[in-house]
Design a protein around this ligand. Sequence first.
Ligand code: ADP
Ligand code: MG
Length: 247
Amino acid sequence: MKLINIKNLSKVYHTPTKEVLALCDINFDVYEGEILGIVGSSGCGKSTLLNILTKLETATTGKIQESYDLRVGYMMQNDALLPWLTVYDNALIGLKLKHLLTDENKCYVDSLLKRYGLYEFKNEYPRSLSGGMRQRLALIRTLAIKPNILLLDEPFSKLDIDARLKISDDVYKIIKELNITTVLISHDIGEASSMSDRIIVLTQRPGKIKDIFDVNFDRELIPSMRRSKEEFHKLYNEIWESIDHVS
Ligand code: ADP
Ligand code: MG
């Protein structure tokens, strides 16, 4: 089933001195249950596309049709944790802002913190967490509102490579366990190839769709396991060939 249908979407930014065409004639669907990767070089319009889906930005032209009960969870490029709030209050902030701070929802957040290894840090502040733990907390905060679609904008780009590999596995397991449709933006081909079911490649700005790749991995395989498969390397190379590399 389609959750989102995007037709002929374009985006022009107006600055005092010029117009910037960021996205041009984008067409694609997001299907229920999939992890859809979107890759492209820096500045090609990836964040713009997610900001339009979350309605932080408006499209200049085009049409977006959404399933009527879409609840969007958005995790931005930086983890945006509030340093003056405890881990627990950070996890609850999305619910608070939406006036959904019920006992039942608090219990759900407790269960997420327990399941994903942060419950014992509940009363600590974000500064005492590792990069990977902060990212997990940001994800829990996003999951607290029980989204049925998750939009992740380069969620691991601030982490070093070891932490990235570990958190990719963690996040993948969480997404598959909760069976949440996900759009994962990345400029890292390996990250997108190891986590996605389908991958859209955008051209350099203005971002247009260059290719769409189906990923034929066993969906039970976690990212670190996929990376050792021959199919992974083949897919990586195909995407590498497709992508515009900025010199
Ligand atoms: P990506 O996330 O792929 O790196 P962005 O979506 O952030 O790319 O940006 C796409 C293009 O639009 C870039 O050239 C960027 O400079 C431009 N852009 C982004 N936001 C604005 C804005 N608010 N005003 C003007 N130009 C913008
Ligand atoms: Mg971006």
